[in-house]
Design a protein. Structure first.
Lengths: 616, 925
């Protein structure tokens, strides 16, 4: 009996053992219709498609950080419009933010909805960073790529990771630096780093990216000599020089007063060295400042130029009143009632010196210029920095198709027939309040009948590197100093940029001390880099100039056509008067929370270790 | 035959065999016999209504037949009946194989018994898919003895019960005028217009007033049930055969034929091959045929795939105001084909949709085959038995039909040559004539399942000890249209019961389960139970009151597998070539032209969580069974607690953005919910002279509590779901109406531009001075704190009477459906809105909707309690013949207006519930 039982149990065990051996197989899943982990990461083409989703993702895109993409979003919100630089012709999302209502900006800038046609900078960035970290972690699994192809991918992954972190930093301040793929069970409640440390982490990643780009022989993607110049297939992707230039930018931010709270000179020295390296490499790789005749090619008319270290071209626009140019092209040019143009303020126009280098920023500056015979308030556009004409549309400017731009009122207050200030009756069409329009980004879209214009966003260009270098050297070594091993002084660097525009060197009374020269550097940056890359928005914050600017008044310049024609007092036949913009178009600095944009509360509440930004 | 309401059998039928009741430590319920045949319905789930203690059967809507698409929710299918046990949806097993009950077209008369398995030790043996409980249906089998032949026939009628109504054309015009006036608009309808509408002429070209409901729908539909069955056998061969028919009419008055017919064939055979080996073979088949009009037209036939046409029809006739258009745009009798009228806003004519859009026939074929081999291994080891069971279950649904369409015209008012008002029919683009010559296949659905069991059992008694052991191995595979992976799982179960002297019982069940759906494929479920039969103790022997008393307790760790989806544990990537274009291709694109057009991309569509495992259930039950007063009183009481720990949850709200994950692409064992409750059932049977009577009652309560849930982190604690039942109703707290326009204007609120006197005031929960969605808090609970059933059985001579009722108490219901919320713009008005228009407390009737008044709030909260008489049957037994009359869903007591408290959307989004009256005869030879 017992023997039988034993038999039974044994045979049962045999059956079970037999079944168990095929158990695993029975429960195995068949390959799904999608791609498996190894399909994606072992094949170069798939890996590249996966990583390139950072540029072109299903529900996120790196382009949210490209200034023009962001500004072109139909929120009609530009960051320059949050400063004293310009006034949006329609009061929409920009103006409440400008006056200190931070809540209107939270969603529009950082969070928006999950679709790649929007600009949710915060939510996209973290997803992009995750893709970068995944790519970095899996790069060695690729089986069929050349060493160069792998190096390129790795370099881009480091670059994009740093770029996303840094772009968020510019708007939100420091964050956690996420350099690994956060798993389901990892701690995601990460604290924010100190500003300087955060910028240095970005700089380290930019340097790593540059090293890998160098290994991939991709200091630039379009060899200067030979065919395909400026037309590489991946021209819209960053390269080694881009990475070095961004490293310089990141260290400049680290050294700036808002982050560098102890005013540590070492930080300025590091920034100077990094920017010298970037400048050196850029020049060595054939990047140049374009002749001034071709200056606007950096912004429109040509896909890419040798001045752009990294740029994104939209190609030619065929629809000049498209939704997405509404933040650039005003109603009179687009005939699109929703358009809201960036209209320069008089405050900004005053930053353009006279052609002989006399500043006009203050009442005293202007009085001095008038005394020197350099400036006449009643003929204000004559003999100005040549860049003024390239950037601003002003009264009587020769506009293709329009002739002299009609930006004036008649003496009886009426508008001339083809006025660029005319709205349709009862409408909120976006026409200028300041009597100026901006032309730098839209170029010939402001010409009558012109609908095919190539627009390019120079995400970083060589002129900025000169200015970054100049600023860092001025702080670290003074106006006449230079970075160790460098052949350019701070003044030389600034003058190089001015010289290209046909401007004389900075007048000697401003180059005597770092303090005196600092103001001219700031002015130079505002003029050279205006309306691109929201440099000005970030610069006045990192310099901690924003509170004072936020408490200033904004002005326009009314032009009135005199029925009596030109007189000696009014040599142009127009009377020009500064006037304060209406109260609802002014700027306000409510508190120091306004240095940074606020985070979304629902996201913040998920974290305990994360210090929120101050509420405006 | 005396119905048995409580588990009082010697042996309880359970999947894969029987269990001795005397050795049970659980509260398994068995219902058998004629009481299962007292609810006339084509939906077998209804047979449990009221008679199974603690089992809540809710009929969601009436209508013929059951759709095999219910459990997958395709084509708008909704559950016709839901059954819940202790707050959860159990699985169904028919003759040992798990089935989808909506695909399994069974007749009540085929069923021998229904067992409700709900305690941890009992459930554990059948693996994680059974953790919500099992409703085990055992069909009838043959027996050794005199054969019988039974013939059943019942014929009846289903009457439409509560059917929420909408207003007629004249009332519509009046209400619309009032609403427009309230919004400062000129009224549209003059007195004489309204007078003309009052004629109620559906064909009047100028003043149509169509009562679609009475034109298109009947108030009754027939029901027929018939069957012939036979069973018997010799010592070694037993057989059972069943042939059944169920037929139900539909409630369409016009249009193509609409009805549901079903034939069930069931046969099983048991043969003793020799002294030790018994082979059994069973086959359960059914064929259902549903004839239906095709309501509505779509060129790609997707319109014809609605599971039933009725919801679409109901939506149209409820939303289209009666005066929108006449039936025909041209009443000329000489026309060969009618010109159906529509309007610019309502582009379909319900009457034409029902009669002119074609038809379909849907055939559902069901086959459930099983083969079992029982081997008595006593020669090897006394008490050892082997049970081998293999089953195959297949369902196929094919729908063929024709989609056709009609020409539709808009009736435009104009002025004729004499300056008089006239009408001109203008062809509408919304419909054009399409006729089809042949039937087309519209739908082909399949589902099948293989199931294999090997079980060894060992029963032994020695002295006062008894021991029962079993080892089960189960393997299943399920495939179905719409799922790409065959669902596979396997179970190793070990169960044991030891009893000493029939007094102390110890039970344990262990299960090792493997699933295809997770990387952590294997999970283990240990459970234990114990019982003490107190009445067998010497100190109880003298009791004259207590006849039997058993205390029992069970507990264990179970796993739960909802078997919904795989591949949540591994990263998933997808490829497409629809990278964001950069050009003016559509309104939502960016400026620029074709610089980067469509581009390839690969993206992560699911971030796999390799740590994912099956949900853990921590369960505990305790109970007492007692019989007293000469076994006339039967009492059973249970307490249970179940903790669902680590429910597999798609995280939407927990991860901060820094994780870099899109919401909803990561699954974790996250949510935690507890359920607890108690059940009590009591019945008393006795006789007074020749009158035998039995009265029974049961009550049950089930309370859920959210312990952890994927939700946003709220600054206001009252917004968190934690600490509330899963069934909580969230809304605003209504605190009255604004007394004046000025008071309303002073309130900042988020829903409307301006409020006026009479609009609703709500409590500002977070004190931010503004009423918005952040003031939403828990205002009620849809879960009845008490569900109960009542049973009465009387027998006097050859007469017998059965009465059962069910009820719910302490439940809230929010009247937020379109029936209660309507009446803005030119939309239709419900009878409810008509009745309350102008009431001081009611929301203002306005042309522009006042959103503020139509928010879920305590204003709309009602008591959801009700009591229903579910069954009333009177029978008379002649020798071999029984005659009976029966009513189901006879009477409803509730405080709810217009709608059925059991299913508040019945008659609004789907068929209304039916009252059923049946007469029948049973012949037994």
């Amino acid at each position: 009996m017992k023997k039988n039982a034993l038999h039974i149990i044994l045979s049962l065990l045999v059956i079970l053992a037999g079944t168990t051996s095929c158990l695993k197989e029975y429960l195995d899943r068949a390959p799904e219709a999608g791609l498996s982990d190894s399909d994606v990461f072992t094949k170069y083409a798939n890996f590249k498609s996966y990583f390139y989703s950072v540029y072109n993702g299903a529900n996120f895109t790196l382009r949210a950080h490209y200034p023009m993409w962001f500004h072109g979003n139909n929120q009609k919100l530009t960051l320059e419009a949050l400063t004293d630089m310009c006034d949006m012709s329609r009061i929409q999302r920009s103006q409440p933010g400008k006056m200190g209502d931070g809540s209107t900006l939270i969603w529009a800038i950082g969070y928006n909805d999950e679709s790649a046609s929007r600009t949710a900078k915060v939510s996209y960035s973290w997803k992009i960073i995750r893709v970068c970290n995944t790519a970095i972690a899996n790069i060695d699994r690729i089986q069929d790529a050349t060493a160069q192809e792998k190096e390129d991918l790795l370099a881009q992954a480091y670059f994009v990771r740093a770029y996303c972190h840094f772009e968020l930093f510019r708007l939100y301040g420091s964050l956690p630096y996420v350099d690994k793929v956060l798993g389901a069970n990892d701690e995601w409640d990460l604290p924010r780093l100190e500003d300087v440390e955060f910028c240095k982490r970005c700089a380290d990643d930019f340097q790593t990216a540059a090293d890998h780009f160098k290994s991939a022989a991709l200091m630039r993607r379009d060899p200067v000599s030979g065919s395909g110049h400026l037309a590489a297939t991946d021209q819209d992707k960053p390269n080694g020089v881009t990475a070095l230039a961004f490293k310089g930018r990141a260290l400049l931010y680290a050294a700036s007063p808002l982050s560098n709270t102890t005013n540590d000179p070492e930080l300025w020295k590091e920034a100077a060295a990094a920017n010298w390296e970037a400048l050196n490499q850029a020049l060595a790789n054939g990047y140049i400042l374009l002749p001034f005749a071709n200056y606007t090619n950096n912004f429109y008319g040509t896909k890419y130029t040798d001045e752009q270290l990294w740029a994104y071209t939209t190609g030619s626009t065929t629809n000049y009143n498209n939704d997405r140019v509404q933040a650039f092209v005003g109603y009179p040019f687009s005939n699109n009632a929703f358009s809201s143009a960036q209209c320069p303020t008089q405050n900004f126009v005053d930053k353009f010196e006279t052609k002989n280098g006399y500043p006009l920023n203050t009442e005293a500056d202007r009085a001095a210029a008038v005394a020197a015979g350099e400036y006449n308030e009643q003929d204000p556009f004559k003999d100005r920095d040549p860049r003024f004409g390239a950037v601003v549309i002003y009264n009587q400017k020769d506009l293709r198709g329009y002739g002299a731009a009609s930006l004036y009122v008649n003496e009886d207050g009426s508008l001339p027939t083809e006025s660029l200030l005319r709205k349709r009756e009862g409408s909120t069409d976006g026409v200028s309040e300041t009597f100026y329009y901006e032309q730098k980004r839209t170029g010939n879209l402001s010409s009558k009948g012109e609908q095919n214009v190539i627009i390019t966003d120079p995400i970083i260009r060589l002129a900025e590197v000169y200015l970054n270098y100049a600023e860092a050297v001025n702080e670290a070594y003074g106006p006449s100093g230079s970075a160790p091993g460098a052949s350019l002084t701070a003044v030389d660097a600034v003058n190089t940029v001015r010289e290209r525009a046909g401007m004389p060197g900075v007048l000697s009374q401003f180059t005597g001390s770092a303090d005196a020269f600092r103001d001219r550097i700031k002015n130079e940056r505002a003029v050279e880099l205006c309306f691109e890359g929201y440099h000005y928005y970030c610069d006045i914050r990192r310099w901690k100039d924003a509170p004072a600017i936020g408490r200033s008044r904004l002005y326009g310049l009314r032009a009135t056509k005199l029925s009596g024609g030109a007189t000696s007092a009014y040599p142009t036949g127009f009377r020009y008067e500064r006037f304060a913009l209406p109260e609802n178009r002014q700027i306000a600095w409510k508190n120091d929370g306004m240095y940074y944009i606020q985070f979304q509360t629902s996201d913040l509440l998920k974290m305990k270790n994360y210090t929120p930004n101050q509420t405006w | 035959m005396v119905p048995v309401l409580l588990a009082a059998q010697e042996s309880i039928p359970v999947p894969h065999g029987v269990q001795a009741d005397s050795l049970s430590t659980g509260s398994t319920i068995v219902i058998s016999g004629a009481q299962l045949e007292k609810y006339s319905s084509s939906d077998v789930r209804n047979i449990l209504t009221a008679i199974a203690a603690g089992v809540e059967v809710s009929e969601r809507f009436g209508g013929p037949g059951v759709s095999a698409m219910e459990h997958i929710g395709q084509y708008g299918a909704a559950y016709k009946t839901t059954v819940s046990v202790r707050g959860k949806s159990p699985i169904y097993m028919v003759d040992d194989i798990p089935v989808n009950i909506d695909e399994t077209m069974l007749d009540a008369r085929q069923i021998e018994s229904v067992t409700i398995v709900r305690d941890p030790v009992e459930k554990a043996l059948y693996g994680p898919s059974a953790a919500n409980g099992i409703i085990y249906i055992k069909t009838k089998t043959g027996f050794s003895g005199k054969r019988y032949l039974r013939v059943d026939f019942e014929q009846g009628v289903n009457l439409v019960d509560k059917f929420p109504e909408y207003v007629n054309g004249a009332d519509y015009a009046r209400l619309n005028n009032i609403a427009r006036a309230a919004s400062g608009l000129e009224p549209l309808y003059t007195r004489s217009d309204i007078y003309s509408y009052e004629r109620g002429d559906a064909y009047d070209l100028m003043y149509p007033n169509v009562d679609y409901r009475s034109m298109m729908l009947k108030k009754a539909m027939s029901y027929t049930g018939a069957s012939v069955s036979s069973a018997g056998g010799s010592d070694h061969v037993k057989y059972y055969t069943y042939l059944g028919y169920t037929g139900e009419d539909d409630i369409f008055k016009i249009g193509p034929q609409a009805r549901f017919d079903r034939v069930n064939i069931n046969a099983n055979l048991s043969v003793d091959l020799n002294e030790y080996v018994t082979a059994r073979f069973g086959i359960i088949t059914a064929m259902g045929l549903r004839n239906s009009p095709d309501y509505g037209y779509s060129s790609d036939y997707t319109g014809a795939l609605g599971v039933t046409e009725f919801p679409d029809l109901l939506n149209d006739i409820n939303t289209i105001p009666a005066i929108s258009f006449p039936i025909y745009a041209n009443n000329d009798e000489a026309l060969e084909s009618p010109w159906y009228a529509v309007s610019a806003l309502y582009t379909s004519n319900p009457y034409a949709n029902l009669t002119q859009n074609g038809y379909y026939k849907e055939t559902t074929r069901k086959g459930l085959f099983n083969l079992a081999l029982d081997v008595d291994l006593s020669p090897i080891l006394p008490g050892l038995k082997s049970h081998t069971y293999a089953a195959f279950d297949a369902t196929n649904v094919v729908r063929i039909g024709q989609e056709e369409d009609y020409a539709a015209y808009i009736v435009q008012k104009g002025i004729d040559e004499y300056g008089k008002d006239t009408v001109i029919p203008v062809l509408s683009g919304s419909h054009s004539v399409k006729l089809m010559s042949a039937d087309i296949k519209l739908l082909d659905y399949f589902s099948n399942r293989y199931y294999l069991v090997q079980k060894f059992s060992f029963d032994r008694k020695w002295g006062r000890n008894s021991l029962a052991l079993r080892a089960d191995y189960m393997i299943t595979k399920r495939s179905q249209k719409f799922i790409t992976e065959h669902r596979r799982e396997m179970n190793f179960g070990l169960g044991g019961t030891y009893a000493y002297d029939g007094k102390y019982i110890f039970q344990a069940a262990l299960n090792e389960h493997g699933t295809y759906s997770l990387l952590k494929a294997w999970s283990f479920s240990p459970t234990v139970g114990a019982a003490w039969v107190v009445s067998k103790e010497p100190f109880m022997q003298g009791s004259k009151v207590i006849d039997f008393l058993k205390l029992r307790v069970q507990g264990g760790l179970l796993r739960y597998d909802s078997a919904t989806s795989a591949n949540r544990d591994i990263d998933n990537y997808h490829w497409d070539n629809s990278g964001q274009r950069f050009g003016p291709y559509s309104s939502n694109q960016w400026f620029g032209s074709a610089v980067s057009t469509s581009s390839d991309r690969v993206y992560a569509s699911m971030l796999g969580n390799p740590n994912l495992e099956l949900e853990l259930r921590k369960e505990f039950t305790a109970g007492v069974d007692a019989k007293a007063f000469g076994k006339r009183l039967n009492v059973s009481a249970n307490y249970y607690y179940s903790l669902s720990d680590g429910i597999i949850t798609e995280l939407q709200n927990v991860l901060p953005l820094v994780a870099g994950i899109s919401s909803g692409s990561l699954w974790m064992n996250y949510n935690v919910t507890s359920y607890k409750g108690a059940e009590l059932s009591v019945d008393w049977s006795d006789h007074i002279g020749k009158l035998f009577y039995r009265v029974g009652a049961w009550g049950a309560t089930n309370l859920s509590n959210v312990i952890k849930v994927d939700e946003q982190t709220y600054a206001d604690a009252y917004r968190s779901k934690v600490g509330y039942p899963t069934t909580a109703i969230w809304g605003l707290k209504y605190i009255g109406q604004f007394a004046s326009d000025a008071e309303a204007a002073a309130e900042i609120q988020a829903f409307d531009d301006e409020l006026k006197a009479g609009d609703f005031k709500y409590q500002d929960m977070n004190g931010d001075g503004m009423i918005d969605d952040s003031d939403v808090c828990v205002i009620g609970d849809t879960n009845p704190k008490l569900i109960y059933g009542l049973n009465l059985y009387l027998k006097y001579g050859n007469w017998d009477l059965t009465l059962t009722g069910t009820g719910r108490a302490f439940a809230d219901v929010a009247l937020t459906s379109s029936y209660f919320w309507n009446g803005w713009g030119d939309g239709n008005y419900s009878a409810y809105t008509l009745r309350h228009a102008g009431d001081p407390g009611a929301p203002r009737l306005t042309y522009y909707k006042v959103n503020n008044n139509f928010k879920t709030s305590t204003y709309w909260l009602r008591d959801g309690s009700f009591f229903k008489i579910q069954t009333l049957e009177l029978g008379y037994d002649f020798p071999k013949v029984r005659l009976f009359v029966r009513a189901n869903n006879l009477l409803t007591l509730s405080s709810l207006p217009d709608v059925d408290p059991e299913a508040t959307s019945a008659g609004l989004t789907n068929y209304p519930l039916m009252k059923t009256f049946v007469g029948g005869v049973k012949l037994t030879f």
